[in-house]
Ligand binder design. Structure first.
Ligand SMILES: *[C@@H]1O[C@H](CO)[C@@H](O)[C@H](O)[C@H]1NC(C)=O
Ligand SMILES: *[C@@H]1O[C@H](CO)[C@@H](O)[C@H](O)[C@H]1NC(C)=O
Ligand SMILES: *[C@@H]1O[C@H](CO)[C@@H](O)[C@H](O)[C@H]1NC(C)=O
Ligand SMILES: [Zn+2]
Length: 610
């Protein structure tokens, strides 16, 4: 998602308490290497836990997750995602960590040797089900997703139906209906599937008697356009004639008509979010994502308000999922890389925020993606860069110097090329495994640039579900040759680059099984593609193993947490998911019917049970 938030204040783009939080880090988590000290700790704790355990009869009912337990698959369907991609029978969970893995016999022997005189409670997952490491979405937008679920405009057939949905929402919310100054905020509309070729306008909103006169702001599905009512146009005026890297759509008389693209979105006044707004959106989002099997989300755009909100939640140990934060870069605020401390493992490892997110171009749908050559279906434009290479050359070395991961959004082939130029210049002499720069989206990237990507060791953070959404119209936009460079996941891996998979929710569903399915099939949910039933450019499919790694250990690496997360190995945190069927072997068309049995973080279910 590419909505650049309107700068909220002139201060540095990170909250003051980020530094406070950083000082309160919990000590570094037990890593696999320090498994021995972990066992000593467990020995001490084990006795007290044991007393609790044996003081209660255990009759196969609910498990006490605070007590050490083994969770087993009689079919050895525990996918550990270790370096060998091994499968095993059991994991032992104690104190929120994986104490050991192996066959039932092995883990019991191990248990006896470490905690003598104690029984280990053993649980089995249902036949046919599997255990995988907790799934990550390497690129999503948590609070924006929560917001989009409040007034969701996905799937509307035309402007009229979209307006009708807004009307129903207002009528269903008396506190908004009664209050003409209450903002109506929604998102998810997609003009590319509507029968009209014109942009929707403020008039479309104002012509409905229920909507008329209200402040209404509706975000597009790809987050590259805002559709607003005339009340909002008036309260956001005056506007500049031209916007660098953005566009104000105007009527025949030259007046802004309610549609603002890319950087022009920043000109729209948005109401400040209250704590209630944030909490409501957050809990909607969390409820959804844990039910889908996500244990960790990389939030690809925090502003000072959302960062402070998450930091506060972490401080109060109220983060139900893990969040890896990227803070929006804003060239108009003072450099903050050496005055703000990165957040590392706050809230017992639930929050990390040590990266900066920089936008370079817009999206393919809205002709914002910066291309080398004009769009095939619109020769008047080749997209636009939202930031100049000079600006990047100036700021990147500073963030790298001060230890920030630099994550750059690039969609078009020209944007990707320019960023790779900048990376080549700025990464010289930089320790790549310490800095782990990322290219967010890396959507259209030429063969020559893929080679550079692999050589540099830059991580490609890509979104498989975009491929199956865009495959129906993308060739019209790019033509028959350039299209081969779009979502060329296999070629990216073959170039030597690491990948991390995400969904860019709310642009797509956060459901990681959709991403997994899209990556391995390149087919729509009903098994179709423009290239037939083998998938759209089937040679670019990922293997199931690559897809699973791309949602577990790879995002862990991309967020500096691979020593504690991303695989089921002794010493790591016990984040895992039980899935109802074996997505590594079932027919691909059955992947989407897989159910999440339980989502477990630090050894305790946050969704479901076992
Ligand atoms: C109406 O909404 C505005 C904007 O959110 C708010 O400031 C105001 O307090 C609300 N008025 C009432 C009566 O709720
Ligand atoms: C932060 O970095 C900037 C740019 O290099 C420099 O001008 C400034 O003095 C630094 N501030 C601190 C507190 O180190
Ligand atoms: C590069 O960084 C990694 C990770 O921080 C570290 O282990 C390694 O020693 C560093 N290499 C050099 C040459 O400094
Ligand atoms: Zn995004």
């Amino acid at each position: 998602m590419s909505l650049r938030q309107r700068p909220v204040s002139a201060g540095p783009a990170a909250p003051k308490n980020a530094a406070v939080l950083a000082k309160e880090h919990v000590s570094p988590e037990t890593s696999p290497k320090s498994a021995n000290s972990f066992w000593i700790l467990l020995g001490a704790l084990g006795l007290s836990a044991l007393l609790v355990f044996f003081s209660k009869p255990f009759f196969g009912g609910s498990i006490n997750y605070a007590t050490p337990y083994a969770l087993c698959s009689s079919e050895a369907k525990v996918y550990t995602v270790d370096a060998q991609n091994s499968q095993t029978q059991c994991i032992v969970v104690a104190e929120g960590h994986i104490a050991s893995t192996g066959s039932l016999e092995e883990i019991q022997l191990h248990w006896k040797s470490q905690v003598p005189h104690s029984e280990l409670q053993v649980r089995y997952i249902p036949p046919g089900s599997i255990i995988v490491p907790g799934l990550s979405d390497a690129h999503g937008h948590i609070l924006e997703y929560g917001a989009s679920r409040e007034l969701a405009l996905e799937g509307t057939k035309d402007i009229k139906e979209t307006v009708a949905r807004v009307r129903e929402y207002i009528l269903a919310h008396p506190e908004i209906q009664k209050n003409m100054s209450a903002y109506v905020l929604g998102g998810g509309w997609d003009h590319t599937v509507w029968p009209t070729s014109r942009w929707p306008s403020a008039d479309d909103l104002d012509s409905d008697p229920v909507l008329q006169g209200r402040p209404i702001i509706l975000q597009s599905k790809d987050c590259h356009a805002l559709w607003v009512s005339s009340k909002v146009v008036v309260s956001s005026a005056p506007f500049p004639e031209v916007v660098d890297g953005g566009l104000i759509i105007r009527d025949e008389a030259g007046h802004p008509n309610g549609m603002f693209l890319d950087n022009a979105q920043d000109l729209i006044f948005q109401p400040p979010l209250t704590d209630d707004d944030l909490s409501r959106r957050f809990s909607i989002a969390v409820q959804d994502v844990v039910a889908m099997g996500l244990t960790s989300v990389h939030d690809a755009g925090l502003n000072p308000i959302s960062l402070e909100f998450f930091a506060k939640q972490a401080e109060q140990n109220k983060l139900p999922i893990r969040i890896y934060g990227m803070t929006y870069f804003d060239e108009n605020v003072e450099y903050w890389g050496n005055t703000t401390k990165p957040i590392i493992d706050a809230g017992n490892g639930r929050l990390n925020a040590r990266s900066v997110k920089i936008f370079t171009d817009g999206a393919l749908r809205t002709s914002g993606a910066a291309l080398y050559e004009p769009y095939a279906d619109d020769h008047t434009t080749n997209g636009a860069m939202r930031i100049s290479a000079d600006v990047l050359h100036h700021w990147l070395p500073l963030f790298l110097r001060d230890g920030w991961q630099v994550n750059i959004h690039a969609i078009g082939d020209r944007a990707n090329g320019i960023i790779l130029d900048v990376f080549e210049a700025c990464l010289e002499g930089v320790n790549i495994s310490a800095s782990r720069p990322r290219l967010e989206h890396a959507q259209i990237i030429t063969q020559a640039d893929r080679v550079r990507l692999g050589k540099l060791g830059v991580i490609a953070s890509v979104q498989p579900t975009h491929a199956i959404s865009d495959m129906w119209y993308a060739e019209d936009r790019l033509g028959p040759e350039r299209i081969k460079n779009l979502y060329a996941f296999r070629s990216i891996i073959d170039s030597g680059a690491r990948i991390a998979l995400g969904s860019d929710f709310p642009v797509e569903s956060p459901n990681p099984l959709f991403g997994f399915y899209a990556a391995i099939t390149r087919l729509s949910a009903d098994g179709k593609s423009p290239h037939g039933s083998e998938g759209w450019f089937p040679e670019q499919r990922l293997t199931r193993q690559e897809a699973l790694r791309g949602m577990t250990i790879d995002p862990a690496y991309a967020s500096f947490t691979e020593s504690t997360l991303g695989s089921l190995e002794a010493g790591k945190r016990a984040d895992f998911v039980i899935l109802s069927q074996d997505i590594m072997t079932v027919a691909a068309n059955r992947v989407l019917s897989t159910k999440v049995v339980a989502t477990v973080i630090d050894g305790t279910p946050v969704y479901g049970r076992f």
